[in-house]
Structures are given as structure tokens and as C-alpha cells.
Design a protein around this ligand. Structure first.
Ligand SMILES: Nc1nc2c(ncn2[C@@H]2O[C@H](COP(=O)(O)OP(=O)(O)OP(=O)(O)O)[C@@H](O)[C@H]2O)c(=O)[nH]1
Ligand SMILES: [Mg+2]
Length: 621
């Protein structure tokens, strides 16, 4: 037995139907922390890790997107097909396939195993989710199954690392032998039906189903998938989510804000007046601190998204929204990518790989950046807190929360509008394939994995604050501080700086939408990350305005309501994120779609802000 091939370590690949727990198994085997969630299509790219077995062998393991057949339909399934069939120039084929199957849902899983056998590589089958199978009273004769499939079969509970020893033991037993010839050909519908018949026959021989089937999922679905009650529940959930983001976070945000205020005054008092003091108080604390305040809101948003994902609700929401979105030219499959875009458009755009039809996928990519990503939260919150009174409507709903909800709704509605227009302009002739998505069973979220998800998000946000946002803040501070004011100058020092020169140069273009030069200078570094605009405004205004540490108060004193509203509208639409544009280029493999996205978003932002500014001013704002 020798796990080392001439080319290096043995390579195995995890293959299985969507949502069967491949990534959970991958994480358990390799100690990685890849994203696991309860809906089909979580993994959309290949991820590699390393396993060290008890016998001291070392394997490389690849986690792959789920698929029902190697007859790949969508870009994520193509990745699985290409890895399994050795079609990638950049990597050698896996020596060993670890098939993963959801033990509670074996029909399509076994059909895939039968198809994979024709690839001619050594294989094993991991029956995952055995905890749920046992609870439901599903009995599987593992030995008989192994004999029928002619491959080792082990059981596992991957989320709790159950059965990992058995998988490792199989890896230790594995003897590298030459793969037999690949007999796989693209299966026709008749081939798939024949495989399904064989799979069903095996299931009849080895699986004993319980007399009383599990009804919790179907009872919940009777309400949650109901065309009317289901939609009401969905909107109620989303509404509570947005209210929560705004109201629950407030006490924590106040605390962080006070912390930074104390830090700012302490630094101001301790440091001698001059460049260093200005850098620390205006640049670092005023800039980065102003963004860090928003951590609680971002975490509350993620808490909701993580809970919905783990519960198994996402696929239901997608199903409910299919009709509504279909009216606007969006496919039901677009829902999960679009909802993920509330966190950030980048994973959202990558998640569109599960959409098989190219035009549906392009439409989704085109509108994903209109979803309110978490980087807009700081901008929205800052402006809302400064300009919208903190009152309640009807005694319960916070007005500020309602405005926030309105901004989210504006993003969603404009996405529907843009996709309707895109459908009309680019592909009015084409029909979308029907919506098909397997509904996962409801599961109670695992607190550990939810906490870990929150921790990862917090880390990513802090990392961004410490790198991109910090770097941009330092740049702005530098531009706003140099050259310093000449002796005997009367205007504030910043008026003589590079920032003012650049800002004044751009300002005429932005004047029609009510933006002053301070906003102009905040928008450019805002391309690196949307939150930078908040930090930049903080720095620019604290340098021009003196000791006041509350950006909100400074803005309220200096901007008209019309400008503030125009600024909010600008942020609904503006393509203020270079990384999103780069991902669009990568995922569509075309500059054309990147520029179309950039162009239409910029156009909408300018027109929207222009209209808002002038209407608000006409109304006296
Ligand atoms: N109860 C239980 N849940 C599991 C088990 N393995 C995975 N899960 C859950 O099943 C869901 C799907 O797990 P993933 O690992 O994301 O599935 P996947 O096969 O990688 O899915 P895709 O990447 O979408 O193809 C998650 O909610 C997991 O927490 C298990 O053994 N028992
Ligand atoms: Mg996965």
C-alpha cells in the first residue's frame, strides 16, 4: 500500500448531489471552514484541502459543486464534470472518487453513483446524514448496498464529524491501481431512466422505509409554501430583518461610538498639536472608527441570513418569488444569488453559476449589484441618523427603520425594473427553462456553525477596515492635509489642500445633483469600498470642521436635506465598487457586460440623484 503516486500525493474528489453534505464532510476531513448551508448550490467552485490519515498517509481532497449528473447544465456543474472527467489542463484527474449521498434521499444520489461508475475510477460511497435517517426510522443495509454497488460504503454524520474514522480507514485501505478505461458518454434521457430503474431496484433491496413518514417538513410547507400565506410570511421575515438591522444594533453602536469618541479626545489631549495628532485623531480614529461603528448592524444582517440559510428556508423563498420575479424577467433560481447580494454582490454574482440558462444568469449578474450590500449600510445609516427624525410611526415602527426599508425596497424594485428592460432589449425572444430546485428538509440551525459564520464575517469586516478602508483613509487624510495653509491664510486649512483642488475640479459635474466638493472627494476612494465614503467624509469634515467628532452632526449642519436625499439615491444605484466590476468581468468573461453594468448604474445614479435633489428642493428640502 502506498499513497504516493509518481506525480505526488493521491488525489480524491468529493462528488454528490447538491446539499448532501459534501462540504461538511470536506471540512471534517481537512479541518477547513468552507461554507456549509442548507440549500442546493452553496459550493460553486472547486476547493482543495489535505487529509492526513491515521496510517500517516497524505491525500489531497477536492470539494466540488453538487450535481445530479455529469451531463452538466450550469457553470458550477461543469466544474464538477471537468474535474471528474479529467478535462482540465491545469490539474490531473482525481485518483479516487468519494461519492457522498444524503441517506434520507437516495434515489437521485444512487443514480449519480451508477453514472459515476462508468468513469472507471476507484470509488467509495459515504452515506451522510445518518442522524436524520436514524431519527426517521430509515434502515439501510450497508453491506448489501456495498455488494450491489461493488464499492466500499460507510455511514457518516459529517456535521458532527461522525464516521470520519471510517472514511479515513477506507482511504488507508485504498491501493492505487490504474484506472480502468472511461466508459462514460453523455447520458441520454433513456440512459438516465435506465440508471434510475437500477437505482430504484437497489433501494428496494437495501432500504427499509419507516411506516410513518416524517411530516414536520410537509406541515411547515403547507403554510410556508402557500401562495398567499407563504408570501406574507416571507415579507414579514424580510421586514423584521430590516427593522432589526436598524433598531437592535443601536445600543451597541452607541457604545462603540462613545468608545471611539473617548479614544479621539484622549489621543487629542495626549499628543502634541501637529501632524501626528491630526493623523491619529482625524485620519485613523475619525476615519476607520467611523466605519467600525457599523459592525453590529452588519452582524445582525448576517445573523438573519445565516439562520435562514441553515433552516432550509432559502429554497422556499426562491420558490415563492419565482412567479413575481418571472414577471420581471428573472428566474426563480436568481433569488438565492440576489439574497446573498444583500451581504455582498461578489458571492452573489458567483452564486449565479447555479443558473443554467446563460441569459437568466447574465440578467441576474446585471442586477445583483443593485441589491443593498452590507457596505451600503454605513452610508445609509449615517445619512438617515443625521437627517431623518428618530420618531416612531404608529407607535411601533421606527421611522428611520422605515426609510432604511425603503432604500432596500428601492434597490429590489429597480433590480426588477432593470431585468425587465434587459429582457426586452437583449433577449425578448427566448423562453426560460422552468424553475426546478430541490427543497431541502428543514433543520435546526447549528449554533456553533452560525456563531462561526458571524465570526468569519466580523473578521472579514475588520480586515477590510484595517486594510482597504485604512489605506484609503490615510490617503484622504494626506490629500486633505497637504499642502498646508500658507501663513496668514483666512479660510480653513483644507481649502488649500490637494483634496480641495481635486474636489473643486470634479464638483461642477456633480453640482447639478446637489453634491459639493467634499462629497466629490469622498466618492473617488469610495470605489475601493463603499464604506470608505463615510470614512472620507469623516476625515474631510473633521479636518475642516475642528474637534467635533460626530460626522452625523457635521453633515446635518452643512448639507441640505435635498443633498442628503440625493446622496442616498446615488448610493442605491452608483457602481461604487471596483471589486464587483472585476468579478462581473471574470464571471461573464467579457468586458462588454462589465461596462454595461457600470454604465447603466452610473446613469441611474446620476438621473436618480438629479431628480431627487430637484424635487426635494422644490418641496422646500
Ligand atoms: N443533520 C445533519 N446535517 C448535515 C449533515 N451533513 C451536512 N448537514 C447539513 O446539510 C446541509 C448541506 O450541507 P453542505 O455540506 O453545504 O452540502 P453540500 O453537499 O456541500 O451542498 P452544495 O455545495 O450545495 O452541493 C447543511 O445545512 C449542513 O449543516 C449530517 O450528517 N447531519
Ligand atoms: Mg458544498
Amino acid at each position: 500500500m502506498n499513497a504516493m503516486t509518481d506525480a505526488g500525493i493521491i488525489r480524491c474528489a468529493l462528488v454528490g448531489t447538491p446539499n448532501c453534505g459534501k462540504t461538511a464532510l470536506f471540512n471534517a476531513l481537512t479541518g477547513s471552514r468552507q461554507k456549509v448551508a442548507n440549500y442546493p448550490g452553496v459550493t460553486v467552485e472547486r476547493k482543495a484541502g489535505v487529509v492526513h490519515t491515521p496510517a500517516g498517509l497524505c491525500y489531497s481532497v477536492i470539494d466540488l459543486p453538487g450535481t445530479y449528473s455529469l451531463r452538466a447544465r450550469s457553470p458550477d456543474e461543469e466544474i464538477t464534470r471537468d474535474v471528474v472527467l479529467d478535462r482540465l489542463a491545469s490539474e490531473t484527474a482525481p485518483d479516487f472518487l468519494i461519492c457522498v449521498a444524503d441517506a434520507t434521499n437516495l434515489r437521485l444520489a444512487l443514480r449519480l453513483v451508477l453514472e459515476l461508475k462508468r468513469v472507471g475510477r476507484p470509488m467509495m460511497l459515504v452515506l451522510n446524514m445518518m442522524d436524520i435517517a436514524k431519527r426517521r426510522g430509515i434502515e439501510i443495509d450497508v453491506q448489501k448496498l456495498s455488494a450491489a454497488l461493488e464499492m466500499p460504503v460507510v455511514t457518516a454524520i459529517s456535521v458532527r464529524k461522525g464516521g470520519i474514522d471510517a472514511v479515513m480507514a477506507e482511504l488507508d485501505r485504498f491501493v492505487l491501481s490504474a484506472a480502468t478505461d472511461c466508459a462514460w458518454t453523455v447520458p441520454s434521457a433513456a440512459n438516465l431512466r435506465a440508471d434510475q430503474r437500477d437505482a430504484d431496484a437497489i433501494i428496494r433491496a437495501v432500504v427499509k422505509m419507516p411506516l410513518r413518514p416524517d411530516t414536520l417538513t410537509s406541515r411547515l410547507d403547507a403554510v410556508l409554501l402557500h401562495p398567499v400565506a407563504g408570501l406574507i410570511c416571507l415579507f414579514a421575515i424580510l421586514f423584521v430583518m430590516f427593522q432589526a438591522v436598524f433598531t437592535w444594533a443601536q445600543p451597541l453602536m452607541n457604545l462603540i461610538e462613545q468608545g471611539f469618541a473617548v479614544l479621539g479626545t484622549t489621543a487629542h489631549d495626549l499628543l502634541p498639536a501637529g501632524i501626528v495628532q491630526s493623523f491619529i485623531t482625524d485620519g485613523v480614529i475619525g476615519g476607520v472608527g467611523s466605519v467600525l461603528v457599523f459592525l453590529p448592524q452588519i452582524l445582525i444582517l448576517f445573523l438573519f441570513i445565516l439562520l435562514l440559510e441553515d433552516l432550509g428556508y432559502m429554497a422556499r423563498a426562491a420558490f415563492l418569488m419565482d412567479k413575481i420575479m418571472g414577471g420581471a424577467g428573472l428566474h426563480g433560481r436568481a433569488f438565492i444569488p440576489l439574497l446573498s447580494s444583500f451581504a455582498c454582490a461578489i458571492p452573489g454574482i458567483m452564486a449565479t453559476r447555479v443558473i443554467d440558462n446563460r441569459k437568466d444568469r447574465l440578467t441576474t449578474i446585471l442586477v445583483a449589484p443593485l441589491m443593498t450590500c452590507s457596505a451600503r449600510i454605513p452610508v445609509y445609516t449615517l445619512i438617515i441618523a443625521a437627517f431623518i427624525p428618530d420618531t416612531t410611526v404608529g407607535g411601533v415602527l421606527s421611522l428611520q427603520g422605515l426609510v432604511m426599508f425603503g432604500l432596500y425596497a428601492a434597490g429590489i424594485l429597480s433590480a426588477l425594473g432593470v431585468s425587465a428592460v434587459a429582457k426586452f432589449l437583449f433577449w425578448s425572444q427566448e423562453m426560460s427553462p422552468p424553475f426546478m430546485l430541490e427543497m431541502p428538509d428543514y433543520k435546526l440551525p447549528d449554533p456553533k456553525s452560525v456563531l462561526f459564520g458571524l465570526f468569519t464575517r466580523a473578521k472579514a469586516f475588520l480586515y477590510r477596515a484595517g486594510t482597504t478602508i485604512f489605506a484609503m483613509t490615510v490617503l484622504i487624510w494626506f490629500l486633505a492635509s497637504f499642502p498646508s495653509a500658507p501663513a496668514g491664510a483666512t479660510a480653513p486649512a483644507i481649502e488649500y489642500s490637494f483634496a480641495a483642488m481635486i474636489g473643486h475640479a470634479i464638483a461642477p459635474v456633480l453640482a447639478p445633483i446637489g453634491f459639493n466638493w467634499q462629497i466629490a472627494i469622498a466618492l473617488i476612494p469610495g470605489m475601493a469600498a463603499r464604506e470608505v465614503a463615510v470614512a472620507a467624509l469623516g476625515t474631510v469634515y473633521s479636518i475642516s470642521g475642528g474637534a467635533e467628532n460626530q460626522i452625523g452632526h457635521m453633515l446635518a449642519a452643512q448639507w441640505s436635506l435635498a443633498t442628503a436625499l440625493a446622496f442616498l439615491v446615488w448610493y442605491i444605484f452608483a457602481p461604487q465598487c471596483a471589486s464587483t466590476l472585476a468579478v462581473i468581468k471574470r464571471e461573464t468573461q467579457s468586458w462588454k457586460w462589465m461596462w454595461i453594468t457600470f454604465g447603466y448604474m452610473l446613469g441611474l445614479a446620476y438621473l436618480g440623484a438629479f431628480a431627487t435633489f430637484h424635487i426635494a428642493r422644490a418641496l422646500g428640502g
